[in-house]
Design a protein around this ligand. Sequence first.
Ligand code: GLA
Length: 348
Amino acid sequence: MQRISKKTFGKLEDGTEVTEFTLRNAKGMTVRAIDYGGILTAVETPDRTGMAANITLHRDSLDDYLKGHPYFGCIVGRFANRIAGGKFSLDGKEYALATNDGPNHLHGGKRGFDKHVWKAEAAEKADSASITFRRVSPDGEEGYPGNLTVTVVYSLTDDNELRMDYTAETDKPTVLNLTNHAYWNLAGAGNGDVLGHELMIQADRYLPVDETLIPLGEPKLVADTPMDFNQPTKIGARIAQVEGGYDHCYVLTREKPEGLGLCARVVEPKSGRTMEIHTTQPAVQFYSGNFLHGSVSGGGVDYKKHFGFCLETQHYPDSPNKPDYPTTVLRPGQVYRHTTVHRFGVIE
Ligand code: GLA
């Protein structure tokens, strides 16, 4: 079988060509991604009757992506989530970042990793296919110190796993928090809201936030609150009790501190599609698509509120300003490594 193909997706204003890569596996799964932002444009999986659908929110052309979208499927960097006031200090030096979310810095700033063309290369193995994205983020980009060399590999295996391996190195001390911002709707992108999806997040604690979504401090127990997803629960079951909807960082309860650990499981009862996430990251941001309001479309459908959800595996938001949180500092000579695996399936 042919596992890899590629085609021109479009051209940027300056003439740079953007390529879309397609990965296929032996089980009928397809993953597509473009070298602009490493955006996942499609994840097609069969439902319980064998009918395939694209289950990640997407736009239909490069022009549409360039017009704007709320981080659909992209690589987020240098720092996923928020840094309070766009400021932090490291080794006694103050750094000022772009503020692009009210008073705060969000998802890498005005032109984050989602808005750059990456060097991309596809490769095939006996039981998988992958795309390797590479980019050097120059010293000072969006205010961050150090030349940062980043590699992100998306692999599709014959076990129906979409695996994302991140590595990075710097030549000056810096901070780093990489993730992917895919929005999921296991019933198919555009096929209604996700409130009926049953979600399990393996987390006993989460980070309460202020009105600008900056964590207040210590993680709090989810027990006896609408934040508790330890038992599979419909996303919509208690969402009305959470002001603004879910947009919170969950601290993962890990059996072992190292290696891949279970993060979340999602079941969409009508299609039967399931997704299980394993990660090496300490936390996951669960976002219930609260800011979607019908102004961005894909496949001819306007994505309305809660039409997709995100599970962004990452370090805690605002870590650079919170010395008690697990560190997000990367120093010369160290290698940043992070792996997140999405395993897709169906239930009867
Ligand atoms: C993340 C944030 C949300 C929102 C989305 C993009 O999930 O936590 O608050 O910014 O990205 O719209």
